[in-house]
Design a protein around this ligand. Structure first.
Ligand code: NAG
Ligand code: NAG
Length: 461
């Protein structure tokens, strides 16, 4: 299965899930951004050498994504020789927030989308870019890595960040033993354990109808402008460590994961935003991203850079006056049931297919907005802790998230527990949704979470 390329260049065609990302990214969904904020100017030549080290250890990061218009095939190929990534510098007078939005809306892959093109020239683009912005007003510096999601999911991005900081902070030159991958990893479809991905032919047809008809039935947030969004924006939700602690111990008592609680708060805030009578039910859909690495054959870990997530889409009936913890429990239980039935493997191909269909036919989605669910969450939260060395290099802040301008949810929640504080980047498409609308929604979610976590723990049992 090797694409046409010089004999000494390791190369492979993309798998099914990677293919969906190759179709989504040109339209602006799946541009992953890892942004670091520094209080002093980072040593860029040193930073660049650290990035090259990472690219040498993980061949996929120094690869090129190629699109061959005559065969309509995408492939990943790794040129031999040293990495050539150059950190771009810019001093647009922007805030950290605007820098992150600017990066999510900078799309070096947009020319890869024209499947109908007459142009036979193969296009080839790097999968990773790095930029440094000086922010004179804030007297700060932002360093941003921008990656194509087909080669780097959230778990891989978090690993990369840890590795990069580890290398960058060892300024005395001692080499940490960074993890080496010897070659391009396999596509997720190649690693589904035997028997788990099979689905009877009739069930496939039924589910496909279910998925496509259902997507018309789901309620959405108020849509401010009809049509395909033109950009990705985000608002941030932060909760202090004492409240976060209460929220996490509540989840522990209930035996659920945080994503259930975040989704429940999002649904309740969405219902409230519509000013319906309490008794009116709405059907909301949730896309949960599951990191499959530990369930694959061979088992992978997060140092295997690539895209190894799968999505489960569930819908939930929500009315006004819901109890946060009951709704969270329902959401968590339905995901657990779906996983027990291996839906994350059996439905992978169907959902990839539907994602591509929506991209080709936006009119199949509500108000042609390309929204396929109300909210997306990750099954597992990221946990990050900064340390003294990070402070010495002037690291102040850090955000990881990914764009949703093309096919995707109305609200994508990227949650991290950083130094004990819940920190979520809540990403949305614009002008489909307005900043004011989403800020109100996220403020309300926060209030719901705080109110819900202040109930006495005895009530949760
Ligand atoms: C940046 O780091 C390199 C080591 O890679 C060092 O030689 C150089 O002096 C540093 N520059 C500054 C301005 O500290
Ligand atoms: C085909 O695309 C390439 C790269 O995008 C461009 O340089 C070239 O001029 C195009 N050729 C035609 C005939 O449009």
């Amino acid at each position: 299965m090797s694409a046409q390329s010089p004999a000494d260049t390791p190369s492979r065609l993309v798998g099914g899930t990677e293919y969906s990302w190759c179709r989504a990214v040109p339209g602006g969904t799946g541009i992953t951004v890892l942004a670091l904020l520094f209080s002093k100017p980072p040593n860029l030549s040193y930073l660049q050498s650290c990035i090259h080290k990472l690219q040498n250890s993980h061949p996929i990061l120094r690869s090129k994504l190629r699109f061959n218009p005559s065969t309509k095939c995408f492939s990943i190929s790794t040129p031999s020789g040293s990495p050539t990534l150059q950190i771009q510098t810019s001093d647009l007078p922007q805030s950290f927030h605007l820098t992150i939005e600017h990066e999510m809306n900078t799309n070096p892959w947009q020319n890869h989308n024209d499947l109908e093109t007459e142009n036979e020239t193969e296009t080839e683009t790097d999968v990773m870019f790095a930029s440094c912005y000086s922010l004179p007003e804030e007297k700060r510096w932002a360093v941003v890595l921008r990656l194509h999601t087909a080669v780097c999911d959230r778990a891989a991005a978090a690993f990369l960040l840890r590795e990069l900081l580890g290398l960058f902070c060892e300024l005395d030159g001692r080499d940490r033993g960074i993890v080496e991958e010897s070659e391009l990893g396999l596509a997720i479809e190649e690693c589904i354990p035997a028997g788990k991905g099979n689905k009877p032919f009739w069930a496939r047809g039924v589910d496909m109808i279910g998925y496509s008809v259902n997507s018309f039935r789901f309620s959405n947030l108020g849509i401010k402008e009809i049509g395909i969004p033109d950009s990705t924006r985000f608002v941030r939700l932060k909760i202090g460590s004492e409240d976060t602690d209460r929220i996490l111990s509540g989840c522990k008592l209930k035996g659920i994961k945080l994503f259930g609680l975040l989704a429940a708060a999002g649904f309740m805030a969405a219902h409230a935003s519509k000013n319906f009578p309490d008794e009116k039910w709405e059907k909301y859909s949730l896309a949960t991203l599951i990191d499959c690495r530990s369930h694959l054959d061979p088992v992978l870990s997060d140092h295997h850079i690539g895209f190894y997530h799968s999505v489960i889409i569930n819908s939930h009936d929500v009315k006004g006056g819901e109890d946060l913890w009951d709704l969270a429990q329902r959401i968590y239980t339905s995901l657990t049931n779906a996983k027990n039935n291996n839906k994350h493997f059996t439905d992978m191909a169907d959902l990839n297919f539907l994602m591509c269909k929506a991209i080709e036919n936006p009119s199949l989605t509500p108000s042609s907005s390309l929204r396929t669910s109300l909210i997306s969450v990750f099954e597992d939260s990221l946990i990050e802790n900064t340390n003294q060395i990070h402070k010495e290099v002037g690291l102040l802040d850090c955000i990881g998230c990914s764009s949703v301008r093309s096919v995707g949810p109305s609200l994508a929640i990227f949650d991290t527990i950083r130094d004990g504080e819940l920190d979520c980047a809540c990403v949305y498409p614009s002008p489909t949704h307005s900043r004011e609308q989403m800020q109100d929604l996220v403020d309300h979610m926060k209030k719901i979470l705080l109110d819900g976590s202040s109930v006495p723990q005895s009530k949760l049992l």
